[in-house]
Design a protein. Structure first.
Length: 115
């Protein structure tokens, strides 16, 4: 099992970070450490084939112990189908994580973060 690396593109001062092809065997994204204060406010979007999977956005301050983040309404950022949430966090590291999916799971996670 391998973790999925992210790619980050900045356009006009807006960073977009994407983890592509989170599967049932490659279920976690590699930890992403936003530059400066860029994760202060972020929009996270999960898209793709879920095949019974649950996808969450997690945060960590040490890169080892992970917690599911909450959206701006205090609800866990957790999806069983395509969707998006707005988050506000000061966590040092962010990553998507999935669980419970079948063999056709293929989920992408996209985060646009602003500081």
């Amino acid at each position: 099992m391998a973790d999925i690396f992210q790619s980050t593109v900045s356009r006009n001062g807006v960073a977009t970070t994407t983890w592509e092809t989170l599967t049932s065997t490659n279920a976690d994204g590699v930890a992403y450490q936003p530059e400066r204060n860029r994760a202060s406010v972020a929009a996270v979007q999960f898209i793709g084939t879920f095949d019974s999977a649950t996808a969450v956005l997690q945060g960590s301050n040490d890169g080892t112990n992970w917690e599911t983040l909450s959206d701006i309404f205090g609800l866990n950022v957790s999806f069983t189908a395509a969707g998006y949430a707005e988050v506000s966090t000061a966590m040092a590291y962010l990553r998507p994580s999935t669980s419970g999916g079948g063999v056709s799971q293929d989920i992408d996670c996209i985060i646009v973060a602003r500081g």
